[in-house]
Design a binder for this molecule. Structure first.
Ligand SMILES: [Zn+2]
Length: 133
């Protein structure tokens, strides 16, 4: 991927995962550039289809573009950082992220955003005052 694209995506994300909001400086692995719509589905390598993602969100998202809303059991698209407003779809309950919509709930589930390891890291960062929710 072109260095210019990587720099633009990183600058726009302000050092945070665009899905779970984890700050990169406090995360044990470098963040990656995620294709929001995976190349497998025809997603382009263009800034409008790229997002900064932490290792875990990227790992679990893989080429997924939708998931089941665990509340309604219906298919919902995953959160799209370029088209959707984060605050419309997510809210914090302590260190756990709660989906406010079908998109938010499906994204939290598919990306395993409340994996016990992630919650533990967020709890530590919140206690240290370096995780801004
Ligand atoms: Zn993340």
């Amino acid at each position: 991927m072109e260095k210019r694209l990587v720099q633009e995506v990183r600058r726009r994300a302000e050092g945070r995962c665009e899905y779970c909001r984890m700050p990169e400086p406090f995360y044990p692995a470098p963040f990656v550039i995620d294709h929001i719509i995976a190349r497998q589905h025809g997603g382009a390598t263009h800034t409008e289809n790229l997002a900064l993602a932490c290792f875990r969100c990227n790992l679990y998202k893989d080429p997924n573009i939708a998931g089941l809303d665990p509340l309604l059991g219906e298919l919902a698209p995953l959160f799209h950082p370029r088209h959707d407003s984060w605050a419309d779809h997510f809210a914090w309950t302590g260190a756990e992220l709660v989906g406010r919509t079908a998109i938010g709930r499906a994204t939290v589930a598919v990306l395993a955003i409340n994996h016990p390891d992630s919650v533990a890291v967020r709890e530590s960062l919140i206690a240290e005052g370096v995780f801004d929710r």
